[in-house]
Design a binder for this molecule. Sequence first.
Ligand code: C5P
Ligand code: MG
Length: 190
Amino acid sequence: MINLILFGPPGSGKGTQAAKLVEQYELVHISTGDLFRYEMGNDTPLGKLAKSYIEKGELVPDSVTIGMLKNKVDANPDANGFIFDGFPRTVAQAEALDELLEEKGTAVSGLLSLDVSDEEITQRILLRGKTSGRADDNDEKIIRNRIEVYKNETTPVFDYYAKAGKAQKIDGMGSIEEIFGRLCAAIDAL
Ligand code: C5P
Ligand code: MG
């Protein structure tokens, strides 16, 4: 099994690249952000709860996100492996993921962090906001908060996996194909 964490700030291209990687490597793509948006679209209790955090650019509490992630992993018992996109976003989520995979006799193979400048991600998010219909992509104040939260709460996840020798940075600037090529080279070397 190969289990990848596609890491990086909001707007760094995780979703775009994950969609290409799942085809190349036949993995199951789990985007916790997409799962929350699906629940929000259906106005479920989980969606309502998630919305109250997402509309401020804050993180949904770990227990909620971890529970949702576990359900999704359990729903795919025959997967060759997973691409986790937007998860883990805290060290507690990383520890829960390691535990979950260990129970299944597997582990995180590697974390690939897309390295993109703050100016570039803000521009990419605002551009995406024109078509994504996401309120959190259309408000510079929320975008700034998402970047702050990433720096304070999420970057420790990189260090957590770096300690295990599993984290690497990938240049996230350039064309979609260029970045995809770099990711594939890194994955093939794992
Ligand atoms: O991953 P994505 O950028 O699509 O996530 C959108 C929002 O969903 C985040 O800004 C955050 O509010 C919420 N989220 C979260 N915890 C995660 C993933 C997403 O709180 N692990
Ligand atoms: Mg995304």
